[in-house]
Design a protein around this ligand. Sequence first.
Ligand code: HEM
Length: 131
Amino acid sequence: MSVGIAILHVIGASLWIGGLVALLVAHKGMDAGSIRRVALASTAGLALILVTGLINAGKYGGPDAWFQMGTTPGRVGEKLISWLIAAAAGGYAFHKLPSQQGSPRAQALLVVALLASLGALALGVMLSRGA
Ligand code: HEM
């Protein structure tokens, strides 16, 4: 991964995961406007992760190689699936929380998004070590 793109990828991951954690622990004490602002910054991070990740995934071949699960290039496909799960779960929670603070389903989906993102992070560390 080129250094600049790798840094942007990690900044995106920090924004996204930081936003999820902030909303998980603190959304009940926040007003709807603040929840929306954190969710927006977090979503910008999610988009940045995808763009920078795809730019660099080229070095592991194309979609044919990315979906050979269990191989090193297959980590890219595993990361894409984790990203999709995180985006779907986080997106639902971000839409629900401003109007329904404390919604058990939205909170559970924040946890799902966080776990899927930590999975993608672990796969990224494995990839960058050639595993
Ligand atoms: C929530 C989602 C994601 C998180 C938290 C995440 C996080 C990370 C982290 C921490 C690294 C290691 C950086 C380093 O050690 O330099 C990494 C590497 C990487 N990620 Fe992601 N990532 C995510 C999603 C994606 C997606 C969707 C793609 C592309 C489809 C992607 C492609 C890559 C690639 C190609 C590498 C570099 C491997 C290398 O150095 O050769 N990531 N990611």
